[in-house]
Design a protein around this ligand. Structure first.
Ligand SMILES: [Zn+2]
Length: 299
């Protein structure tokens, strides 16, 4: 690396900051290394992302490496919701050796694999990645805990609701529509063929409580209690929790609806967010966002 004088280094910093874009909090040393850097290891990508997350790194997190290593030099990145076999094959075709999924790789929250070692499904997936030196870094907790939740930012954008969004807020006041219109809007924007709902399709909806993913019945219900929205729009919910609460609310005459987008579609915008983040901070790195879709089909 060429040694720069104080002056030229300052010029360089100004230029690289301009390239990287306004509105970002930058450590000057980071800007310096970002501008000069041509290759990245998995660990450097992780550390740079985590450095922008308040209180990161976390002592307890599911955002660990599931296969591969920090030392791997990254040839390309695929961001997605779920690392399916199809996503792994596409990554191999794209010569991308780092996959950053939002959700588990091995079918449970902590990605426990002790009970799966001799299972053909696990083996096929694991061995394919091992053979092609793929590294998996789950990015769930960190992207959610960015200064503004990167998943929510991504999904709000996908829904075309940026104008109704207040950073940090789960409540959006959208132009008045009925539940039928709202469902059609979401189906169309997120390309979801059908969604399950509770409530009255003719109910008027303005105040939306947006909770992507599966945050759990208790949080969904306490947020409904706190905000009293017209409609909860969520990723998914156990059938015996929030849907029953919303049904009971309707049975006593409260105008309240809920719509389940499906987990993947409700958070896929977060994987686009991670892709955009990588493009911005590591412009030389080839990055692809590939939606993994929903495993559950509709017949
Ligand atoms: Zn999530």
């Amino acid at each position: 690396m060429t040694k720069l004088t104080q002056t030229s280094r300052r010029d360089f910093l100004l230029k690289s900051s301009a390239l990287i874009g306004a509105g970002m909090i930058l450590d000057p040393m980071d800007a310096f290394s970002i501008g000069q850097k041509k290759s990245w290891t998995v660990g450097e990508i992780m550390d740079t992302f985590i450095s922008q997350v308040p209180n990161g790194p976390f002592a307890q997190t599911v955002d660990t490496i599931k296969i591969g290593s920090r030392e791997t030099v990254v040839s390309g990145v695929v961001t997605t919701m779920f690392t399916t076999m199809e996503i792994i094959r596409k990554a191999i075709d794209l010569k991308a050796n780092l996959i950053i999924p939002h959700e588990p790789t091995f079918f449970s929250g902590q990605d426990e694999t002790d009970y799966l070692q001799n299972d053909p499904v696990f083996r096929a997936k694991y061995d394919l990645m091992a053979k092609h030196n793929i590294t998996i870094w789950r990015n769930h907790d960190y992207v959610h805990r960015m200064q503004d939740d990167g998943v929510r930012v991504g999904v709000v954008g996908d829904l075309g609701w940026n104008d109704y969004y207040t950073p940090g807020s789960r409540i959006l006041m959208i132009p008045k529509t009925d539940l039928r219109g709202l469902i059609n809007h979401i189906k169309n924007k997120l390309q979801v063929p059908a969604m399950r709902y509770v409530g009255d399709l003719n109910q008027s909806c303005t105040k939306v409580l947006l909770l992507p993913g599966a945050v759990g019945g208790r949080l969904q219900i306490t947020q409904i209690m706190e905000h009293q929205p017209d409609v909860l729009v969520c990723g998914e919910s156990n059938e015996w929790e929030t849907p029953e609460y919303v049904r009971a609310a309707n049975e006593i005459g409260i105008k309240l609806s809920m719509v389940e987008i499906g987990h993947s579609a409700s958070e896929e915008g977060g994987s686009e967010f991670v892709k955009n983040w990588l493009n911005k901070h590591m412009p030389d790195l080839p990055v692809h966002h590939i939606p993994s879709g929903n495993s559950l089909q509709i017949f």
